[in-house]
Ligand binder design. Structure first.
Ligand SMILES: [Zn+2]
Ligand SMILES: [Zn+2]
Length: 410
């Protein structure tokens, strides 16, 4: 039987695993219950498993026996054929579930609203499918079960704990799938070469003045008008200093100053989310935004503390790997179900840290339930977002085929 048929045969088990994870969602870098479920799902497979120390990650290495090692020796150390890395993230979100599903979250205020429960089950499924083909596998597969994608940079932690060297040599390619509860029908894949997702980071600014009586501003140094000027000047900066075809987005989501109407405060603070789609724009934005707020503060005789807090870099899909992955997806799903995505998405992903070091591709996989309209269905991160189980076998087969075909090609 082919990979696709084998995946369909284990679909009920994958749904069971996915629903068990969905019922007991966990947030951040520490996901002990999810880790336990993954280990149980991998139990008995011929994998080298290591667990994270700073986070509850699971790294599983499957060494194929289909690449002849010189002298028939051990496959470790670069003789076992190419290494391919597959990543599935495992964390949930601080969202209250409103789906009404029978397997809905039992933890108040926590929900798998981004579908990472599906990624975890799909990746465990791919490990099963590939382990069953171990004798023919012409290389090694690293399964990266990752906590803390949602703002905790779990991928960066796993890299610093050695996931990219888990097989003894660097992967030649890395792939990640991400399900979507809207935008695409179930089982439709979408990706693009180059920038796939935005870089996201926080710009934190505090304008320092000198407080005083609101009736006598000339005796104080008022930080609020300068802070307001910075907010509008940064919007102007976006439109005057950046190519409209390499856009940036700055949104001020928090502004905090003062206590009452007639007191000039000492400080005014604001926070913005900043998105960009190329490393060049990201770098230029950092420099020009800091220069701008510094200049405005100086012009008003004030001082300012401003910094970009590290977020996620641009997720850049490698051209050749994306072409390859699209071909694999089209072969598995049909040409008409594999779409070339016209634009990057404005979300961000910490798989970007992996793609900074290993060429690869990030692919979206539609998981909109049948009967729902992808154009209007609740989106990822919504409390009523629903991801359909029918894509579990598809995703597991796609992960497995990406690894199989990529190892065979090298
Ligand atoms: Zn998310
Ligand atoms: Zn996500």
């Amino acid at each position: 039987m082919g990979v696709r048929d084998d995946a369909e045969a284990i679909a009920p088990e994958l749904a069971g695993l996915r629903r068990a994870i969905h019922r007991e969602p966990e947030i951040g870098l520490d996901l002990p219950g999810t880790q336990r479920k993954v280990l149980a799902a991998l139990d008995g497979l011929p994998l080298e498993i290591s667990l994270g120390t700073a986070l509850s990650s699971v790294t599983a290495v499957l060494r194929g026996e289909g690449a002849a090692a010189p002298g028939g020796g051990d496959a470790k150390g670069g003789d076992g054929g190419p290494v391919v890395l597959l990543r599935g993230d495992m964390d949930a979100l601080p969202v209250t579930e409103r789906t009404g599903l029978d397997y809905a979250s039992r933890t108040e205020g926590v929900m798998h609203a981004c579908g990472h429960d599906l990624h975890t089950a799909m990746l465990a499924g791919a490990a099963r499918l590939l382990a069953a083909r171990r004798r023919e596998l012409p290389g090694t597969v690293v399964f990266m079960f990752q906590p803390g994608e949602e703002g905790h940079a779990g991928a960066r932690h796993m890299i610093s704990e050695g996931v990219l060297d888990a097989a003894g040599q660097r992967p030649v390619a890395a792939y990640a799938l991400h399900v979507a509860s809207a935008d695409w029908p179930a089982g439709v894949c979408s990706t693009r070469p180059g920038p796939m997702l935005a870089a996201a980071e926080v710009l934190a600014v505090t304008v320092h003045g000198h407080g005083g009586h609101g009736s006598e501003p000339h005796h104080a140094a008022d930080p609020i008008p300068a802070a307001c000027e910075m907010v509008t000047a940064l919007q102007t900066l976006v439109t005057r200093k950046f190519d409209v075809f390499d856009p940036v987005v700055i949104t001020f989501g928090s502004n905090d100053a003062g206590t009452t109407d007639n007191v000039i405060p000492d400080d005014a603070t604001f926070l913005a989310t900043v998105r960009s789609f190329s490393p060049e724009a990201r770098h230029r934005l950092r420099e020009s935004a800091l220069a701008l707020v510094g200049g405005i503060a100086t012009a008003h005789g004030l001082t300012v503390s401003a910094e970009f807090r590290d977020g996620y870099p641009v997720t850049v899909n490698d051209e050749a790997e994306t072409r390859f992955a699209s071909g694999v997806a089209a072969g598995l799903l049909g040409e008409e179900r594999c779409l070339a995505q016209p634009n990057p998405m404005t979300g961000a992903e910490d798989f970007s840290f992996v793609l900074e070091q290993v060429p690869g591709a990030f692919l979206m996989l539609g998981a909109c339930p049948p009967g729902a309209d992808p154009a209007t269905a609740p989106n990822n991160h919504a409390g009523d977002a629903v991801f359909d189980d029918s894509v579990l076998a598809t995703g597991a087969a796609l992960y497995a085929e990406l690894a199989l075909q990529r190892m065979a090609r090298s």
